[in-house]
Design a protein around this ligand. Structure first.
Ligand code: NAP
Length: 247
């Protein structure tokens, strides 16, 4: 069990988008590390509940689950209302959109920005008072390499992740005096449903560009999240690429 050394109180982490992919792997890793968890997803609540039950049984941690749309500000604001404390916030949920910018509708644009960027603002805003109370906390944003290098056909997603990177750096400066570290992990190509639209041929072409010669796994991202959560708070404001040497 992870406990605050001075008070012996259990540590709590909130992970957005924990029903599948990277978020589910992070939930597994942090449960193994002894955190109590609050997990959320948009629609796959049965999957999320199954994950929570399995982790509770395996690691004897407390897990609560919530289902709702992070593009809805009231869902974000309400997510941590009844938490007694919050030690670690993982802003992981995200969606991609592939297509030419000139074909993108206003609705699609706002959907990408609201889910990938505004939700990070809203969850950080709700988390900060809980962390300030303890003069302690960690925020880890799951960004993307596209946030710094940009991707053709993914301009909105790249803009949103670039916004996450800038917010990470700025918020780190704002919160460093309060012993709250804010960092981002920027994955490259990770093998999840987010890439299910790729054909075998497209996947092969992508892998050929990656020096590591393979996609990363959700478990690898999760183990890095766990390391970063344990790092000294002096490590803050960093956007750390996690891409097998790709970008
Ligand atoms: P994924 O397998 O598609 O899972 C996405 C998760 O986010 C699911 O739990 C989903 O819930 C949740 N979610 C999506 N939209 C939501 C919303 N509006 N409200 C609440 N929850 C929502 O994605 P992933 O590949 O694990 O990606 C996780 C993060 O890593 C994302 O931020 C993504 O941008 C980033 N990333 C991924 C890759 C990659 O190659 N996979 C690369 C770079 C960065 P439901 O199951 O209920 O839909």
């Amino acid at each position: 069990m992870i406990a605050n050394m001075e008070t012996d109180i259990r540590q709590i982490a909130l992970i957005s988008g924990a029903s599948r992919g990277i978020g589910r792997a992070i939930a597994g890793q942090l449960a193994a590390d002894g955190y109590d968890l609050r997990l959320c997803c948009r629609q796959n609540i049965d999957l999320l509940k199954q994950t929570a039950l399995a982790l509770q049984a395996q690691y004897a941690v407390n897990i609560t689950v919530c289902c709702g749309d992070l593009a809805d500000p009231s869902f974000c604001t309400g997510l941590m209302k009844d938490l007694p404390r919050l030690d670690l916030l993982i802003n992981n949920a995200g969606i991609s959109h592939i297509g030419l910018l000139q074909d993108m509708s206003d609705r699609e644009w706002h959907g990408i920005l609201d889910t990938n960027l505004s939700s990070v603002f809203l969850l950080c805003r709700a988390a900060i008072p809980l962390m300030l109370r303890e003069h302690h906390g960690r925020i880890i944003n799951i960004s993307s390499v596209w946030g710094s290098v940009g991707a053709s056909m993914e301009a909105a997603y790249s803009a949103a992740k670039g916004g996450v990177d800038a917010m990470t750096k700025a918020l780190a400066k704002e919160l460093a005096p309060s012993n709250i570290a804010v960092n981002a992990i920027a994955p490259g190509f990770i093998d999840t449903e987010m890439n299910a639209h790729l054909s075998a041929e497209e996947k092969e072409m992508l892998l050929a560009e990656i020096p590591a010669g393979r996609a990363g796994t959700p478990a690898e991202v999760a183990s890095f999240v766990s390391l970063l959560a344990k790092a000294p708070s002096y490590l803050t404001g960093q956007i750390i690429r996690f891409d097998g040497g790709w970008c």
